[in-house]
Design a binder for this molecule. Structure first.
Ligand SMILES: Cc1cc2nc3c(=O)[nH]c(=O)nc-3n(C[C@H](O)[C@H](O)[C@H](O)COP(=O)(O)OP(=O)(O)OC[C@H]3O[C@@H](n4cnc5c(N)ncnc54)[C@H](O)[C@@H]3O)c2cc1C
Length: 256
């Protein structure tokens, strides 16, 4: 079984992301694999362990994005491909999906394509479904359980209303949620294998596509308004008095 997992490199979730001169910056915070994509890698590895085959991790990004691929290799992916081209900047999710679907088609024979539910920087949660539409494959998003039986799959989706069970024919696109289960940690052997891995880079020419145009342009990016935080210390002669004074304040401020 040929399995692909799409991982994105993002600023660490602890990063202080600010806009300076219209540009998004995150200081010297490290770039890491998108935390949601670790669940996608885990799901891909479990399917490989259950049905055999290979897991290929792919990412679209700059040279540094190879580190996100190395994390997937250290977790157990078999190989990895970087998709990088100077023309790939300021893309929207639709354009990102065009590039990833072209890469999946170039790999060929892929039956399962795994994604995280969303990226913690762009946060759109759109790329999996948009990639599925371009491939004309079913999009089985928010998957918490995945059961492949022959050329079909049964997925339990974690939706707001509860659980939804869906079935579809392979090949298919999946996006993973945390309910799927804890991603494994990179093993020592895995880290060593990843550090020696030679990761090929594919340009747009190798994908035989031209640079997709963004249909959504980020015309302005600003920092959120700074919130003035005022702190009141509630005092009293006893815990009961303090609790009463606090309740009065909460009611006076119409918080409740
Ligand atoms: C400098 C900069 C400029 C931008 N300009 C624009 C703009 O003008 N208009 C606009 O609409 N957007 C713009 N974006 C946002 C960009 O479109 C999104 O970051 C990108 O399309 C992915 O969307 P997302 O992060 O919301 O991913 P989501 O849709 O939340 O991602 C879901 C899943 O898709 C996969 N995935 C996402 N991105 C990748 C990737 N690169 N490689 C491999 N897998 C991936 C992962 O599995 C991820 O968990 C810009 C981003 C940057 C950094």
């Amino acid at each position: 079984m040929k399995i692909v997992v799409c991982v994105k490199q993002v600023p660490d979730s602890a990063a202080k992301v600010v806009v300076e001169n219209g540009k998004v910056t995150w200081g010297d915070a490290p770039l890491v694999i998108n935390p949601w994509d670790e669940y996608a890698v885990e799901a891909a590895l479990q399917q490989k362990e259950a049905h055999g085959g290979t897991v290929t991790a792919i990412t679209m990004g700059g040279e540094s994005a190879k580190d996100a691929l190395k994390h997937a290799l250290a977790m157990g992916a078999d190989d990895a491909i970087l998709i990088s081209d100077p023309a790939l900047s300021n893309l929207d999710t639709q354009a990102t999906a065009q590039v990833l679907s072209a890469a999946i088609q170039k790999i060929g024979g892929v039956e399962l394509a795994f994604f995280g539910r969303q990226a913690i920087d762009g946060d759109a949660g759109l790329v999996p479904a948009q990639t599925a539409r371009l491939l004309d494959w079913p999009a089985l998003t928010l998957a918490s359980t995945i059961k492949v039986e022959g050329d079909s799959v049964r997925v339990e989706r974690a939706i707001e209303e509860g659980r939804q069970v869906v079935t579809a024919k392979l090949p298919a696109v999946f996006s993973l949620v945390k309910d799927f289960g804890e991603p494994r940690y990179p093993s020592f052997m895995g880290i060593r294998k990843a550090s020696r891995a030679v990761i090929p880079a594919w340009s747009l020419a190798e994908l035989s596509i031209s640079a997709p145009a963004a249909v959504i342009a980020w015309t302005e990016i600003t920092n959120p308004p700074s919130r003035e935080v005022k702190c009141d210390i509630v005092t009293g002669g006893s815990p009961e008095e303090i609790a009463e004074a606090l309740a009065d304040k909460i009611l006076a401020e119409k918080v409740l």
